[in-house]
Write a protein that binds this ligand. Structure first.
Ligand code: CTP
Length: 398
């Protein structure tokens, strides 16, 4: 619920602006008040009249509207909200934000504010993937800007891929998470999840088995306690939770890079099942089957992301948590792993096929810390996530 919360909604100029109309309704239904700001380009997609009518509030349209300046200056406007939401956030608007441009009302508000900002990007897939957009996103994440989406899907331009703005209810969930007054409010926590895929050629890969369910549940639990969660995920079976910043990767090396770009953080939880090896010289072309000749794959070792972050001499998150999926001597192997990698806690579990944990809804874990091993009863992955999240609260707020 968003009773009494004040949202400044900046609507950028993209076709997804039509969804902003529904977003206004959904936010108001939950008790939020919405002050809309339209960029000039947005007015090409939605009319000021419909936006103002749905918001039931004054609409702000241009920096040099002197009446507005007399009523409420842009500085005050930018700071009078609990949260600024930019939806749709176009490539242009995100570039302006990343580089501190202030040529119109929307970008000026975003530069003048000290209020948390949530952006819902929407753009063509090529624009999303362009190195300039990738750089801008990294800069914005560094500045503490929160993201929701975009989703994969067919776009108005007919292309398919990431770039479609999140649905209004997904944005509402992210707004609720951003405004959640939980014990982890103001904490930034990194979570890795899912497997990594290491290509053999364009159609084949090697991977570990991982549904991503446990990592996803942990991210959701932390977000529910008010943390800002950066969720770096490989190609998992379960969709990422709402209300967190999702960074999708395929390979271990991409995961390491995404993790390093997402730091600093107050805590980092490495729940991903990272492939230890990659194929040293993955083929650019599909390898053909030739009679009587079997391919020989040469492997190279992937970076150990958990060990790399645990052993950082500068900027190491104060709490680093690893996982240890074992099939024998769980406590002994996991204790040795904790020491070898240098993390603070290890969440160990027995993933032998007979346990049914791999791919199932339940987990039976042992938390290993300085205090030694602590066995938790078998419970659902959501319960494990909530219990772990509460332990983080104790550790981070002690
Ligand atoms: N991990 C990682 N990067 C890797 C391998 C593992 O970040 N390249 C992290 C996992 O996310 C997990 C922990 O390290 O938190 C342990 O992973 P696991 O696969 O059990 O450990 P390994 O180092 O691969 O040990 P082994 O395969 O010998 O059991």
């Amino acid at each position: 619920m968003l009773g009494g919360k004040r949202i400044l909604l900046i609507i950028g100029g993209g076709i997804a602006a039509y969804k902003a109309l529904d977003l206004i309704r959904r936010l108001r239904e939950r008790g939020a008040s919405v002050t809309p700001v339209l960029t000039r380009a947005a007015e090409e997609f939605v009319t000021p009249l419909s936006v103002a009518a749905l918001a039931g509030n004054k609409l702000y349209r241009d920096l040099f509207d002197l009446t507005d300046e007399a009523e409420m200056g842009h500085i005050e406007l930018s700071r009078s909200a609990d949260l600024i939401v930019v939806a749709p956030a176009t490539a242009d608007l995100m570039a302006k934000m990343a580089h501190g441009f202030a040529g119109d009302l929307a970008s000026t508000l975003l530069l003048a504010t000290d209020t948390p900002v949530l952006v819902a990007p929407a753009m063509n897939v090529r624009m999303w993937d362009h190195p300039a957009s990738v750089r801008n996103r990294a800069l914005l994440a560094e500045d503490g800007i929160r993201f929701v989406g975009p989703n994969d899907g067919t776009m108005a331009c007919g292309e398919f891929g990431p770039g479609r703005m999140s649905e209004p209810l997904e944005i509402v969930a992210a707004v609720e998470a951003a405004l959640a007054d939980g014990p982890l409010k103001g904490r930034r926590i990194l979570v890795t999840s899912g497997p990594t895929h290491e290509p053999i050629d364009p159609v084949r890969y090697i991977a570990n088995r991982s549904s991503g369910a446990q990592g996803t549940a942990i991210a959701a639990a932390l977000s529910g306690l008010g943390a800002e969660v950066i969720f770096v995920t490989g190609p998992a079976d379960v969709p990422p939770p709402d209300g967190v910043t999702v960074i999708k990767v395929d390979t271990a090396r991409q995961m390491l890079e995404a993790v390093q770009n997402a730091l600093p953080a107050d805590a980092a939880i490495f729940a991903a099942a990272v492939a230890d090896w990659r194929v040293a010289s993955a083929s650019d072309q599909k390898m053909k089957k030739t009679a009587g000749a079997l391919p020989v794959l040469e492997f190279a070792e992937n970076p150990d992301i958990l060990a790399t972050v645990s052993q950082m001499t500068e900027g190491r998150p104060p709490l680093v948590v690893g996982f240890a999926a074992e099939t024998t001597d769980v406590v002994a192997h996991a204790t040795a792993k904790r020491a070898r990698k240098g993390c603070d806690w290890i969440v160990a579990n027995d993933v032998s096929p007979a346990t049914g944990i791999m791919g199932g809804n339940e987990n039976a874990v042992i938390l290993i810390s300085d205090d030694g091993p602590e066995e938790w009863p078998r419970m659902t992955k959501d319960q494990v996530a909530r219990r772990l999240a509460n332990r983080l609260v104790e550790a981070l707020t002690a």
